[in-house]
Design a protein around this ligand. Structure first.
Ligand code: AKG
Length: 249
């Protein structure tokens, strides 16, 4: 039995919480086989990205997985994350707006630059939680996630279009940001397959590249409250995304 009240208390304080064995081995192996299927199918160009190394393509990330996998869509809709969002924010919505695989292959896996999720979600009040689930053991050595504990209270920082396809925004690391973040502890996450980290949409986080000899696969999905997308923020985000994509051409 998970203590959901304790989970919400930790989320309020630290803005992230690690939950051991969030998904069983059976669910995990079903997810892995779904991902294998998705690796083979044709997806919209925006939804599948590769890293080229020594003329070989390595899968880097896949996005909007719920659009291609019924199993995955149901998993999100039925997830306990919904209950946690409800306890944290007082409502939930059925809108699915984020579901990704971060494959981070050994030797070549890319970093995810420092960001806050609401720079992508553009919600009025940033009322959303993301559940990030490890498919491999993940720690500091193979590009595991890190968080600045408690940093959500700093509010949303300005993001600039920089990063990888699928993780295209990063915090503008100006002096103001550096002064503010230095009071917050950077914490690396050490998780086993099936464990998850739930984080809110304002916590400052990211991950390093994977230069190790071990893969670091993980998938995530997000659920929001009834909080609505802010049209002005969305337009600004789309303009930045356009700049980012034009540079990648
Ligand atoms: O897996 C990663 O490296 C990045 C994941 C992430 O930033 C997120 O789930 O918000």
């Amino acid at each position: 039995m998970k203590d959901l009240d304790q989970i919400v208390r930790t989320l309020k304080k630290d803005n992230f919480v690690v939950i051991k064995n969030f998904f069983s081995r059976e669910v995990l192996s079903k997810i892995k086989s779904e991902i294998k299927k998705l690796e083979k199918i044709k997806m919209n160009r925006r939804d599948k990205h590769y890293i080229n190394s020594n003329n070989k393509p390595f899968l880097s990330s896949m996005h909007n997985i719920h659009l291609y996998s019924k199993y995955y869509k149901l998993l999100i809709l039925k997830s306990e994350l919904r209950e946690i969002v409800n306890l944290r924010y007082g409502s939930t919505s059925k809108r699915i707006f984020n579901s990704s695989l971060f494959a981070k292959p050994k030797n070549v896996g890319l970093s995810t630059k420092l960001h806050q999720d609401n720079a992508f979600f553009n919600l009025n009040n940033a009322e959303a939680l993301t559940c990030w689930v490890a498919l491999d053991h993940s720690d500091k050595k193979n590009g595991g996630l890190f968080y600045y504990r408690g940093s959500s209270k700093l509010g949303l920082f300005n993001h600039i279009p920089e990063g990888n396809l699928g993780a295209s925004m990063t915090i503008h690391q100006n002096q103001r940001f550096k002064n503010k973040i230095k009071g917050y502890k950077k914490v690396f996450i050490d998780v086993k397959p099936g464990d998850c980290v739930i984080h809110d949409a304002l916590v400052v986080h990211g991950s390093e590249s994977n230069k190790s000899l071990k893969n670091r696969r993980a998938f995530n999905f997000s659920i929001a409250s009834q909080d609505q997308v802010n049209k002005t923020k969305l337009k600004k985000y789309k303009d930045k995304l356009k700049k980012f994509l034009n540079r990648k051409k």
